[in-house]
Design a protein around this ligand. Structure first.
Ligand SMILES: [Zn+2]
Length: 297
């Protein structure tokens, strides 16, 4: 008894032993320190308690799933270009008319399609509109490990790709195509434990990266890069279904630590091990009205 007291006194910095983090767990004894099941930092005694913690967390997060509202207080792209002398007012009027007639496509797309502006001029204007820099994505290679920091489903959903990781600053530069959903970037920052710095790149360069991620062959017939560590779901789901799914992957892949965040209409669960991770992305279908809707300049 005396010896045990002295041993514990020699290791004062270890966290105290706590019971399972699931309040409904019947196992009240402190968990061994080596136990690996965790949900959002809470240590849990079993896959069952892992699923219970996942379900409680997802039930809290699911009501928050909603498309990002359109950004306010931002001068429309076309007007900005006219005001700064990059575009004639008459050209803007014609591009807006074409956009309205088609009922789809962003104004930048129509300005380039009709030959009123180049892609790089649109990218530069978007960067000015959002107060960000332009990233030379087409001329820069990105390591696969950096490309995979974010799930493909979120990269496609938000029209952005990881562009560069500055390790010393723990900052990930993400190249956006159409605009920035700040709330989604904050959620990604929380999940990754990194600072995300948005910038803009030519839409064609972002699309080429996304196509490569999707495993689509490009014009030269080169095979794209698939993301093997990800599953995405595009149907209605309950917190219980979601927790069961997370538990299934965590058990199968021996990735016993997980957490979830919401990025607009997506719920992102990352199951992680020491060196690997697996992403589950759940998308709640909705009528298109997000930040980058068709009629938005
Ligand atoms: Zn438990």
């Amino acid at each position: 008894m005396h010896l045990r007291f002295e041993l514990s006194a020699w290791r004062p910095n270890l966290p105290p032993l706590r019971p399972c983090g699931n309040p409904d767990c019947l196992q009240h004894r402190p968990l061994p320190r080596a136990l690996a099941w965790q949900w959002d930092g809470r240590r849990l005694c079993s896959p069952e308690c892992f699923a219970a913690a996942a379900e409680a967390d997802c039930a809290r997060l699911l009501p928050a799933l909603a498309p990002a509202p359109a950004p306010r207080h931002r001068m429309p792209l076309g007007l900005l270009m006219v005001e700064q002398g990059f575009l004639a007012a008459e050209d803007l009027r014609r591009a807006l008319a074409a956009q309205q007639q088609a009922g789809a496509g962003r104004i930048g797309y129509w300005l380039t399609r009709l030959g009123f502006a180049s892609e790089s001029q649109i990218t530069a204007a978007l960067a000015r509109q959002w107060g960000c820099s332009v990233f030379p994505l087409a001329e820069t290679a990105c390591e696969p490990a950096v490309s995979r920091l974010l799930p493909r489903a979120l990269q496609v959903g938000f029209g952005l790709v990881p562009a560069h990781f500055a390790a010393a600053r723990r900052t990930l530069f993400v190249a956006c195509r159409d605009g920035i959903v700040r709330s989604a970037l904050y959620a990604m920052e929380r999940m990754l434990g990194l600072t995300l710095e948005p910038c803009f790149a030519d839409a064609s360069a972002v699309d080429a990266r996304l196509a490569a991620l999707s495993g689509v062959r490009d014009a030269a017939g080169q095979a794209g890069e698939a993301l093997p560590n990800e599953a995405s779901f595009d149907s209605p789901f309950s917190a219980a279904e979601l927790a069961a799914c997370a538990r299934g992957y965590a058990v199968k892949l021996r990735l016993r630590s997980a957490r979830a965040v919401t990025c607009s209409e997506y719920l992102w669960v990352r199951c992680a091990g020491v060196e690997t991770h697996f992403d589950l992305v759940f998308h709640r279908p909705h009528r298109r009205m997000a930040a980058f809707g068709p009629g938005l300049p």
